[in-house]
Design a protein around this ligand. Structure first.
Ligand SMILES: [Zn+2]
Ligand SMILES: [Zn+2]
Ligand SMILES: [Zn+2]
Length: 144
């Protein structure tokens, strides 16, 4: 297993102005090597395995930091559990989430913005944003 993706994520964090101490850089490299959506405890385990001695607080702070600068996105599975993905766009988008294998597909085309506007206006709300994710079984999982 190479670590080029991990190195790449470290570089992208630096490009976005993140100052990297050694342990933060380690955590970001491990995050870059995580496959599929991962949750915080899976990341903690991987960090512990590869660079023992990095504190949990550093791991959580780094996770939050990468979300803040748009290199990671937090998505909730259908049980409400937050997971993190690294390869989605910074721009507004929605998700198709497989409840079988946790595959998360990015849907760039937002078709619910106008509906959200109408509903908010109806209730006297000034719209500031919306979320819309779809849960189901992907075609691979449906074969099973
Ligand atoms: Zn996304
Ligand atoms: Zn699936
Ligand atoms: Zn939308």
């Amino acid at each position: 297993m190479g670590n080029s993706e991990g190195v790449d994520l470290v570089r992208r964090a630096e490009q976005r102005g993140v100052r990297l101490g050694a342990s933060r850089a380690h955590v970001i490299r491990v995050i870059g090597e995580m496959r599929r959506p991962f949750n915080a405890s899976e990341l903690l385990e991987a960090v512990e395995r590869e660079t023992p001695g990095v504190g949990r607080a550093t791991v959580f702070r780094t996770l939050q930091l990468l979300c803040d600068i748009g290199l990671l996105e937090q998505v909730r599975l259908d049980d409400g559990q937050p997971v993190y993905i690294a390869d989605h766009s910074d721009a507004h988008h929605h998700h198709l989430i497989c409840i079988g294998c946790d595959t998360i597909v990015e849907i760039a085309d937002c078709q619910v913005g106008r509906l959200a506007q109408v509903i908010a206006k109806d209730q006297g709300f000034q719209l500031t944003g919306h979320t819309f994710d779809i849960y189901g079984l992907c075609s691979e999982c449906r074969k099973g």
